[in-house]
Ligand binder design. Structure first.
Ligand SMILES: Nc1ncnc2c1ncn2[C@@H]1O[C@H](COP(=O)(O)OP(=O)(O)OP(=O)(O)O)[C@@H](O)[C@H]1O
Length: 395
């Protein structure tokens, strides 16, 4: 009576009902779920006879039909089981969004990568696992305790984005939002001179590159929000190839809506957007309580390990979802490590690194795969030793 409809490309009916039911209960009905649910039966091209039966029983939308079990429908419509299941299958299929195959997703992905690309970090192991470096069009987050090297990494990335293409850079402008006034042009030039001596010793090159990096230092959230408009215009009008926000924690604090703003900024401009995020103790809402600040020199290792195991990114779950790549920088037994904690294309890997006059460098290009809670944990053991050890050697 109702004709046959293939259920292959759609979710099984009972699962769809469960998903709808759960999402509605939790109040998180997404737009497409609502659109699907509200599809009107009379506009679905179903056989007139069926539409009439449904209409006579006041079943007007896909949701009205799919919210009832087959047995309830049989009772209500006074028709047989086979006819009901066929009708339900048909309504399900018509009201479902079109499906995509893994192949079509892969093709889209390749196309996007072709259109966008990557900013190579020149950290060989990291570039390999990220398929070329920091991806364009998405948010990349650097998270870690104070003094671990987030700003050092951002300054190196800024140099690489402004480096002429003939030397492997992007030859673009950089917008560096320096929220905590930590950006140091002197340090950036030092990194440039040590990393690319041939290039930086060319007449006027250091000035040219430094001139491409626009540093914004907003002093309040209001000023930052105002400068967002200016940033959007600059992204369009100038050859901006990198946007850095250091640190996002200081700007956003409780305002999670900005995660959406920055994600769409990255998508729309198709440039890499790098944000830094600090850590806080899980037991406290305070962001400022870092392990090395609260430990005295004669604290035991056990105490330090216990405290450090509770460090989490200061910006919560909304940020976790908004960022595509998360790199965790941490200290363990006085050594620094960089973890690829979140990536759609790489397994969770960890690399030891250090900071020298030429900025961040990996001690090995072969990352070690992590398992279990290690992936998301943020350690800060012996970090003060790392800082003190280095600062003794610095001029
Ligand atoms: N010239 C240099 N040579 C070697 N190491 C350096 C040099 N300059 C800075 N460092 C290292 O970089 C560290 C500071 O890193 P950075 O400022 O990137 O920290 P951060 O993670 O951004 O911290 P915060 O969260 O406080 O902003 C110092 O502790 C020092 O170890």
């Amino acid at each position: 009576m109702f004709g046959s409809a293939s259920l292959e490309p759609t979710l099984p009916v009972f699962l769809r009902k469960q998903v709808w039911g759960r999402r509605e209960r939790e109040g998180e009905c997404s737009l497409w779920v609502r659109e699907m649910a509200n599809k009107v039966l009379s506009e679905m091209g179903l056989p007139k006879s069926i539409t009439n039966i449904f209409t006579a029983r006041n079943l007007l939308t896909a949701k009205d039909v799919l919210s009832l079990t087959e047995f309830e429908l049989m009772e209500l419509l006074d028709v047989g089981f086979a006819e009901v299941t066929t009708a339900v299958a048909q309504v399900s299929e018509i009201s479902s969004p079109p499906y995509q195959t893994a192949l079509s997703l892969l093709e889209q992905c390749i196309q996007n990568e072709y259109l966008s690309g990557h900013l190579p970090t020149r950290l060989k192991g990291l570039d390999e696992v990220l398929c070329g470096g920091i991806p364009f069009g998405v948010l990349t987050e650097l998270v870690g305790p104070a003094g671990i090297g987030k700003t050092q990494f951002c300054m190196k990335l800024s140099l690489l984005a402004s480096l002429p293409t003939k030397f492997g850079g992007l030859e673009g402008r950089v917008i560096y939002v320096d929220v905590e006034s930590k950006f140091s042009s002197r340090r950036m030039i030092e990194i440039g001179v040590s990393s690319f001596p041939d290039i930086f010793h060319m007449e006027g090159m250091a000035q040219e590159m430094a001139g491409r990096i626009l540093v914004l230092q907003p002093s309040s959230l209001a000023e930052f929000t105002e400068s967002l408009q200016q940033i959007k215009v600059s992204l369009l009008q100038h050859q901006v190839k990198l946007l850095v926000i250091d640190s996002m924690t200081a700007v956003v604090s409780g305002d999670t809506s900005l995660s959406v703003v920055f994600r769409s900024l990255a998508e729309f401009s198709r440039i890499p957007v790098v944000v830094t995020n600090q850590v806080r103790s899980q037991c406290s809402d305070e962001i400022s309580q870092y392990a090395f600040q609260v430990q005295s020199r004669d604290d035991t290792i056990e105490e330090s390990a216990r405290f450090d195991s509770h460090l989490v990114p200061a910006l919560g779950i909304h940020w976790s979802h908004a960022v595509t790549i998360r790199l965790v920088l941490e200290a363990k037994s006085g050594e620094r490590f960089m973890k690829v904690a979140k990536s759609p294309i790489s397994p969770p890997l960890v690399f030891p690194f250090n900071i020298t006059s030429s900025g961040i460098s990996l001690l090995t290009d072969v990352g070690v795969e992590m398992i279990g809670p290690q992936i998301n944990a943020i350690q800060n053991q012996g970090h003060s030793d790392v800082i003190n050890f280095l600062s003794e050697r610095l001029p």
